[in-house]
Ligand binder design. Structure first.
Ligand SMILES: Cc1cc2nc3c(=O)[nH]c(=O)nc-3n(C[C@H](O)[C@H](O)[C@H](O)COP(=O)(O)OP(=O)(O)OC[C@H]3O[C@@H](n4cnc5c(N)ncnc54)[C@H](O)[C@@H]3O)c2cc1C
Length: 425
């Protein structure tokens, strides 16, 4: 098979890229291949699918804000993404709050809508929230900070990742794009920009160029191959000497659904859904999402040191991790979780770029790589697809949905210009 543009991977980044590439190049043959049975079945399906615009880094803010605006637009166009602006709520000790004081002021200056709540207000609003643990030996052993302040970011919430990937898939197909599921790219085919027909090309004195991929169903030649293979990108890129600057790390979600948690779905004052916002506790950045449509609570934790970087095809959740690591903290701050056990759980992997945490969009002749989106690929997906399309077109700037502009090379590996996120708690 031959095509103009081949996208490897039908996760959220592959499909957003494919859609924007096809929209900008209607006469080109754009083909997506995916080794699984349908769209977004890799790590996109494992996602918590929350989004926020509350960042100090301009890169984060622009990528996420413009994507959020596009998600709203999709809903207006009739795609039901189950967008719910429930907000992000950081529960903080006074010390933590003071530590991010400058970051908060910077975000407010940039127009991020935030509300600050004092401890008494939080206690009134969130039923049975425990805010201090004086004399509690267990809490002392766990090193639990008190909750003195709540910081609510408003233009944040959650959506259905599955609905978003299906929306991109459907828009791409309507434009005449092609998707082939159950086709796995086995290796990238490397040639030379100026091929001479000699054996062993490319030689070191030739400029290398990716000519397509060899799949389990045969060879696909392409003018440009977009590798959007998520945590698996290295399997294709590393054998040709391209460093994706990304390493996989396991992340788990535990779903709880129980009558005892119904208090979290009847809270006044934070959002119109009357649910607890996506909440980050002051210990271990443990987070919980009250899913407003299913009335379940999704709990997770970003463990860093102690959690290995390793690539797995089918990572498994660890119930012990819930019981021994998450539950003791959760139950102390929110006693409604006492004795509630997960009804579902799964594990996926973040594609972590430890250097600055931002995604990468890079090219060499015949190849574009988009990835390393850490834990924020869904919320930045539309902007990243547009940046891939701008890179393909050779433009210096990508025009994002909300009218903002993003310099394409700012996400390159070699010409990178990003700022570290300072709002990390
Ligand atoms: C537990 C968890 C929670 C998360 N929570 C959030 C969140 O709340 N908000 C947020 O924005 N992000 C979140 N993320 C991150 C987000 O899910 C990812 O950044 C995003 O899904 C990455 O999309 P992707 O398209 O790069 O990867 P994927 O969705 O993994 O897609 C890559 C695709 O490529 C396919 N593929 C790989 N190799 C090949 C090959 N050789 N041939 C053919 N196909 C191939 C795979 O099967 C896969 O479908 C979370 C991630 C996890 C694991």
């Amino acid at each position: 098979m031959r095509c103009d543009i081949l996208v490897v991977g039908a996760g959220i980044l592959g499909l957003s890229s494919a859609y924007h590439l096809k929209a900008e190049n209607p006469r080109k043959r754009v083909v997506v291949i995916e080794r699984l049975r349908g769209p977004g079945e890799g790590n996109t399906a494992k996602s918590e699918a929350v989004f926020r615009n509350a960042f100090t880094s301009e890169t984060n803010r622009v990528l996420a804000s413009s994507s959020i605006e596009f998600f709203k637009h999709l809903e207006r166009e009739g795609y039901n993404l189950r967008l719910a602006f429930t907000g992000y709520l950081w529960l903080l000790s006074q010390e933590q709050f003071e530590g991010v004081g400058d970051a908060i002021r910077d975000m407010q200056r940039e127009g991020v809508r935030l509300t600050i709540y004092q401890r008494e207000e939080l206690e009134r609003m969130i039923p049975r929230l425990a805010t201090s643990f004086e004399g509690d030996e267990e809490a002392e052993l766990l090193g639990l900070p008190p909750i003195d302040v709540g910081l609510l970011a408003h233009n944040c919430g959650c959506l259905r990742a599955e609905a978003l990937t299906k929306a991109y898939e459907s828009m791409f197909l309507k434009l005449g794009g092609e998707i082939h599921y159950r086709v796995e790219a086995k290796r990238l085919i490397l040639g030379a920009v100026d091929e001479l027909g000699l054996p062993g090309e490319p030689h070191v004195w030739q400029e290398p160029r990716v000519r397509g991929v060899e799949t389990d169903r045969g060879v696909i030649e392409a003018e440009t191959t977009v590798v959007a293979a998520g945590v698996w990108a290295g399997r294709l890129l590393e054998p040709i000497g391209f460093d994706p600057c990304m390493r996989p790390k396991k992340r788990q979600i535990f779903v709880l659904s129980d009558e005892r948690l119904s208090v979290l779905f009847d809270i006044e004052g934070f959002n119109r859904h009357r649910v607890l916002p996506f909440t980050i506790l002051p210990k271990c950045s443990l987070y919980l999402k009250a899913e407003p449509y299913e009335k379940s609570v999704w709990v997770g934790c970003s463990d860093e040191i102690g959690r290995a970087f390793e690539l797995e095809d089918d990572p498994q959740p660890e119930l012990e991790y819930y019981k021994d690591d998450i539950y003791p903290i959760l139950m102390k701050y929110l006693p409604c979780f006492r004795d509630v056990r997960p009804v579902n759980m799964w594990a996926g992997q973040y594609a972590v770029n430890s250097f600055d945490g931002h995604p990468i969009v890079e090219s060499i002749p015949g190849l574009i790589y988009v990835g390393a989106a850490s834990g924020s690929g869904i919320m930045k997906s539309d902007a990243l697809g547009r940046i891939v399309a701008a890179l393909y077109a050779g433009r210096e700037w990508a025009e994002l949905f909300d009218g903002s502009r993003f310099r394409v090379s700012d996400l390159s590996i070699y010409r990178r210009r990003t700022e570290r996120e300072r709002f990390v708690i």
